[in-house]
Design a protein around this ligand. Structure first.
Ligand code: PYC
Length: 333
């Protein structure tokens, strides 16, 4: 075998959404904070990110979490989140996948029935509690970074659709929240194409027409994510579909998207603290969110969300880069 580079990974899926949890191959990442390490991956090691995310080793909806030592003394593990478009400040389903992989492969000391894993993420400290039964991680609850409503009832002109009223909220990434009714779409897998098409147009309009910048972190700006919302019913409290640049749907209910939606609902008086919020994805997989408390981000009122979901290990992977491979960074169609 001709291998210029070998990466090891624990492949997982969280409520349907893949996370490739990279356990070796990136070497020692330079940077004094996890945001600096994430920037290093995005600028210097982007070819390796592409190799791990793109076809033929990945696909349009691939995502990953690169594990490394933490940069802060109060954390157990550092994590850089990657997806097909680049690096993310935070990823809820990726955290649940990474913690499940860390527990089930013994990367962290496992304590039953609850193993606490403190993660140093580019967005800040995220504390995860894994429920463990006979060595198996049965669910993970993460305490997310402070989340807030940035823009309420902003009007954007969307090509081919017209004027649409949206909220923009942060839950570790920025989300444009838009109602499925306003886009005239139905959140069913068979309508995925129309949801994607409308969501990508809303994303383009929001990035063109709105000022989306984190008040304390100017490095977090713009949006790659649109959460198309629908109300709850007898079974769940809210339905959603997250459209992600460059054009795919989150298979999970999206941890940072659920956090953003809960922050927006709280700001509108529609979700009280300590109230479970069951949120579904387009494939009907579920996360349970809850607001644990209030805080501020800059001058904005904010909430501290928790997200609970499940992940499964799907494979133990060794990914190889052959020096003669002309598609060493993969491709996307
Ligand atoms: O679960 O936070 C999430 C997420 C972000 C992008 C895809 N999933």
């Amino acid at each position: 075998m001709r291998a210029r580079k070998v990466f090891t990974a624990v492949d997982t899926h969280t409520e349907g959404m893949p996370t490739r949890v990279v356990t070796s191959g990136f070497g020692v990442l330079p940077g004094e904070t996890m945001a600096e390490r994430s920037h290093h991956v995005a600028t210097t090691l982007d070819g390796w990110r592409k190799l791990l995310m793109f076809e033929p080793r990945g696909h349009q909806a691939m995502s990953g979490a690169i594990l490394c030592p933490p940069t802060r003394p109060d954390a157990d593990l550092g994590v850089v989140y990657i997806e097909v478009t680049g690096c993310l400040p935070m990823c809820g389903h990726g955290t649940i996948g990474a913690v499940t992989a860390a527990v089930e492969t013994g990367l962290v000391q496992v304590i039953e029935p609850v193993t606490t894993v403190r993660l140093d993420t580019p967005a800040g400290l995220v504390v995860a509690e894994a429920s463990v039964v006979d060595g198996a991680c049965t669910s993970v609850t993460l305490r997310n970074v402070p989340s807030f409503l940035l823009l309420r009832d902003a009007v954007v002109k969307v090509e081919g659709i017209g004027e649409v009223t949206v909220d923009v909220a942060y839950g570790g990434n920025f989300y444009v929240l838009v109602s499925a009714d306003d886009l005239d779409v139905t959140l069913r897998p068979e309508h995925a194409g129309t949801v994607l098409y409308a969501g990508m147009r809303v994303m383009a309009a929001a990035n063109d027409q709105l000022d989306i910048v984190h008040p304390e972190r100017p490095d977090i700006a713009g949006t790659h994510h649109v959460l198309v919302t629908a109300p709850g019913d007898d079974e769940v409290d809210g339905r959603g579909a997250v459209v992600i640049d460059p054009g795919y749907l989150d298979r999970s209910p999206c941890g940072t998207g659920t956090s953003a939606r809960m922050a927006s609902m709280h700001a509108r008086g529609d979700l009280a603290l300590d109230t479970p919020f069951v949120h579904t994805s387009i494939i009907d997989s579920r996360f349970t969110g809850q607001l644990l408390g209030t805080t501020t981000v800059g001058e904005l009122p904010a909430v501290v969300p928790s997200i609970t979901g499940r992940a499964w290990v799907t494979g133990l992977n060794q990914l190889v880069l052959d020096p003669t491979d002309p598609w060493s960074e993969g491709f996307l169609l």
